[in-house]
Design a protein around this ligand. Structure first.
Ligand code: KG4
Ligand code: ZN
Length: 350
């Protein structure tokens, strides 16, 4: 075993071109990336389990953990090969330690600790949501904090003020379901399969978004919080009522109308936050940022109000280790690494 190399903050700031390997196993993607400096992604290998979980209509935590365990070493090797690096080139190992499924996180954290220990490379635990907000840096070299980030994923819906590379202030959160969860549940009601978000996105293009007037939940005036459980029930009730009355449900219209309602609420509240905080930059993050209607509406609003909008490419929106590596880099420069006592924290806050 080699001794872990410890560096001072000055050293970390001076040598910004260090190479980071990042590991992501918070949900159903086993992913490993290699990053040079803060933004140059040399490889970002993603082994998705979607096909496996499809049969169950959602992610089964035990199955996810088992597949992470089977895949992790192979994905590490593949990322190193594609990034053209060997162990001696790697200066830092970053790993998602929360939030996410506990059993899934533990596999990534254990692997990262084992590699760190065996190869003598510093280790750092990364917050999964910070990674989502860092994803856009990899595509847009000019992007710098501060900005407002709308984080929309299967587990989160947040409006966040990103004050610096490592400081975040949550302005609003969902009080019940995450937006991606609502997409997935509505897709289930419409028998569209899993994961539902992309299916609704696609089907909605053939439907009329004003066909069904689903109630928008705005909550108290001035709050940036969200609630999506009402609209989910609204869709379920609508579909049941139509079926009971013997009418055929136009799935494309329902998908488009549901999407129109959630997109309206999310974009309106986000723009209010941008204005109120006096920001000129907005960054979308998380799996639902890949939604075509959300980006279209956001783009129109931002153009009208002269706000710069950054949306990462789809591969960087959904879970991937590239975004983890970027967040790990900035986190390490700021505070140095973690010890081998790093643990997975399933319910980690932003
Ligand atoms: O960020 P992510 O990959 O995993 C979490 O950390 O949750 O987000 C996954 C979520 C799922 O709910 C999926 O249905 C949704 O993102 N999603 C979409 C689209 N692509 C993925 N939702 C709407 N439209 C899409 N195009
Ligand atoms: Zn995620």
């Amino acid at each position: 075993m080699k001794k872990v190399r410890k560096r001072t903050k000055i050293e970390r700031q001076k040598d910004k071109n260090f190479i980071t390997m990042a590991i992501e196993t918070s949900c159903d993607e086993t992913s490993v990336a290699i990053l040079r400096g803060d933004r140059e992604i040399l490889s970002n290998v993603i082994s998705s389990q979607i096909a496996i979980h499809k049969a169950y209509g959602g992610v089964v935590p035990e199955i996810a953990s088992r597949h992470h365990l089977e895949n992790i070493n192979g994905v590490v090797e593949a990322a190193m090969k594609e990034g053209n690096v060997s162990w001696k080139d790697i200066d830092l190992i970053g790993v998602t330690y929360g939030s996410g499924l506990s059993g899934a996180l533990v596999i990534g954290v254990a692997a990262a600790k084992a590699y760190s220990f065996a190869k003598g490379i510093p280790l750092i635990g990364v917050n999964h949501m910070h990674s989502h907000m860092a994803a856009a840096y990899g595509t847009y070299p000019e992007l710098e904090p501060p900005f407002i980030s709308l984080v929309v994923s299967g587990g989160h819906t947040n409006i966040v003020k990103v004050k610096s590379y490592t400081e975040f202030e949550v302005l609003g959160s969902t009080r019940d379901d995450a937006i991606g969860e609502a997409y997935d549940k509505v897709a289930r009601v419409l028998d569209l399969g899993y994961p539902g978000g992309p299916k609704i996105d696609k089907l909605a293009k053939e439907g009329n978004g004003s066909a069904v007037e689903f109630k928008r939940t705005w909550l108290e005036k001035g709050t940036y919080d969200f609630s999506f459980s009402g609209i989910k029930t609204g869709v379920l009730n609508y579909v049941n009522t139509e079926k009971q009355a013997g009418r055929q449900v136009n799935k494309a219209d329902v998908a488009a109308s549901f999407q129109e309602a959630v997109v309206e609420v999310v974009t309106t509240k986000t723009m209010e936050a941008v204005r109120k905080e006096g920001m000129d930059t907005l960054v979308l993050a998380g799996g639902v940022a890949a939604n075509s209607r959300l980006s279209q509406v956001m783009r129109n609003l931002c153009d009208k109000e002269n706000v710069k909008l950054y949306i990462p490419p789809m591969i960087m929106c959904t879970d991937n280790a590239g975004m983890v590596a970027i967040a790990a880099h900035y986190e390490f420069v700021e505070r140095g690494g973690d010890g081998l006592d790093l643990d997975a924290v399933s319910g980690l806050d932003i």
